[in-house]
Design a protein. Structure first.
Length: 344
């Protein structure tokens, strides 16, 4: 493998490794980002091999995350991205979109005023999204992730688990998520409970992954339960009787037992869709969405629409990403542990 350079960020604690330029021995064929993802997912493809090298130990870890920059679908976007994790390629990634917005403005790839708001438009496998980048006196201060239309797929779905029957809602926010009130099974969203949360999240995901409730209504490439969101209510900090803040904390267990350190961007979009459909979240309300490590995103409803004959919302998820370093990775052809391993 040719040497590959990366720039690393974290968004609310969740890593995001950016590969701006693919090495000469890796290609990303396909007419659209969605089709590139399908081809990249094939075991033995150039991009799948590169994903494993960059994501697995010893260059990564079991919860690593990143993205390959690829051409956009057309001139309406600044660039495209293929999101990846230890088990494959994602359809969506909100925390990654936030990091990409910071990266695009800080590197000058997208020109931004010293003070103002700049839209970085990105093609991802689930569609076209926007990272709305806020700058002040030359510094990036925040990013709003404007997602694809998000909607409820099913509610109150019974799932048999080792903790008994649980009831989940299933929603789409660029990826499909099952959502479970952690208190209903006697769990709190706390770091000391992470092993139990992972185990339950995996159970729910694999119980529903091939079920009818995990099918996207229009595009089978977007089907399957991407993750399980285990959430709990938290104090709003407001004494107002009709507070317009909804406060929750969650841990999102995605792929095959991977833990999102952030509140999960596309997962937050799915939660907004669920809360909006239930009437719990209204236009103008704010979802203050915490993570298992104590970081926070805020979410809101930008607009309402209908897609595939279903009521949907256009969610906005706001947060910030920070650069953590740069690397150049190589593979010694004599190394017997290539492409890597996961030990957990």
């Amino acid at each position: 493998m040719d040497a590959v350079s990366t720039v690393d960020f974290h968004t609310a604690g969740e890593p995001f490794r950016i590969v701006e330029t693919l090495p000469d021995d890796a290609t990303a064929p396909g007419p659209t980002v969605a089709e590139r993802r399908v081809r990249a997912m094939r075991r033995g493809s150039d991009l799948d091999d590169l994903r494993r090298v960059l994501c697995l130990e010893p260059r990564g870890h079991a919860d690593m995350y990143g993205g390959f920059i690829v051409p956009p679908d057309d001139a309406g976007a600044h660039f495209g991205v293929l999101f990846w994790h230890k088990d494959g390629f994602s359809t969506a990634c909100g925390h990654g979109t936030i990091a990409l917005g910071v990266w695009a403005v800080e590197t000058g790839l997208v020109t931004a005023p010293d003070t103002g708001v700049t839209d970085v438009v990105i093609d991802v496998p689930s569609g076209r999204v926007t990272a709305r980048v806020h700058t002040e006196a030359g510094d990036v201060t925040a990013v709003d992730f404007v997602n694809v239309p998000s909607f409820v797929v099913a509610t109150d779905v019974a799932v048999q688990t080792s903790r008994g029957e649980v009831r989940v809602d299933v929603s789409y926010g660029g990826a499909i998520y099952a959502q479970l009130d952690a208190a209903s099974v006697g769990l709190a969203v706390e770091p000391q409970n992470v092993d139990a949360l992972i185990a339950l999240g995996r159970e729910v995901k694999w119980a529903l992954n091939d079920a009818a409730v995990a099918q996207h209504p229009d595009d089978p490439r977007l089907s399957g339960i991407y993750g399980t969101i285990l959430f709990e209510q938290t104090p709003t900090g407001s004494t107002a009787p009709q507070s317009r803040v909804i406060a929750q904390r969650n841990v999102t267990v995605f792929a095959d037992g991977q833990v999102d350190r952030s509140p999960c961007g596309s997962g937050t979009a799915a939660r907004i869709a669920t809360l909006a459909a239930a009437g719990t979240m209204r236009d103008g309300d704010v979802l203050r969405h915490g993570s298992i490590v104590g970081s926070t995103f805020t979410g809101s409803i930008l607009n309402r629409t209908r897609v595939h004959g279903i009521d949907a919302v256009i969610p906005q998820v706001s947060g910030m990403a920070y650069r953590t370093g740069e690397s150049t990775f190589t593979v010694d052809p004599r190394d017997p542990l290539t492409p890597g391993f996961v030990l957990r």
